[in-house]
Design a protein around this ligand. Structure first.
Ligand SMILES: [Zn+2]
Length: 197
């Protein structure tokens, strides 16, 4: 798949300890810890921008078990190890880190939900292609991809630099999200398929 790097952004979604086996009591996603080398390979490419997102919740966030939405174990609580990026991840390559979900009563799977001007900022910067990797491919990656696709960007999901998990309680399934994504025109690829135009 050919892209033009000077017009492309890499968005690294929630590559955080709380979504891996490093924090088994939080929200471990199978294979999450293992994506670091693949994400680092993507980070080495000559993107116009590299944006990272970070789930960053207060201890009583509405999505947590026992709180209003009662969906997930407490995870990625601000200032705790679960909220940290994964060890070995080349975070020095991040241009900007976007935190999300930091208000008790507001959930933001996608950077676009927390920061509504994100898409117009990309457009103003001459970006036309969005490449997404991270955790979870069917949740925070998916909603980011969906919003940006609807905003008119070409959107590519890198499956082998991402990890996913089915969450029946939230009605979020990997196969279903991919079907919905492909129907919207989102491309699902492996990283070796990326080529400079
Ligand atoms: Zn969260």
């Amino acid at each position: 798949m050919e892209i033009t790097f000077p017009k492309s952004v890499l968005i690294v979604v929630d590559v955080q300890q709380g979504f891996t086996s490093l924090c088994p009591g939080e929200l471990p996603v199978p294979g999450g810890l293992e994506i670091v080398p693949a994400v680092n390979e993507l980070l080495a490419l000559p993107w116009a921008r590299i944006d990272a997102t970070q789930d960053w919740h207060p201890p009583d966030h509405l999505s947590f078990l026992g709180e209003r939405d009662n969906l997930y174990p407490a995870h990625c609580v601000m200032g705790t190890p679960g909220a940290d990026f994964l060890p070995g991840l080349h975070t020095d390559r991040f241009h900007t880190i976007w935190r999300k979900g930091f208000q008790r009563d507001f959930e933001a799977y996608a950077v676009t939900a927390q920061h509504p001007a994100f898409a117009s900022m990309l457009t103003a910067g001459g970006i036309d292609t969005v490449v997404i990797c991270g955790i979870a491919i069917n949740i925070c990656c998916f909603f980011t991809a969906r919003d940006l696709r609807k905003a008119g960007f070409r959107v590519i999901m890198v499956e082998d630099a991402s990890a996913g998990i089915d969450v029946p309680a939230a009605g979020l399934f990997q196969a279903e999200s991919k079907r919905e994504g492909e129907a919207l025109g989102i491309a699902y690829i492996e990283r070796r398929e990326l080529r400079d135009r």
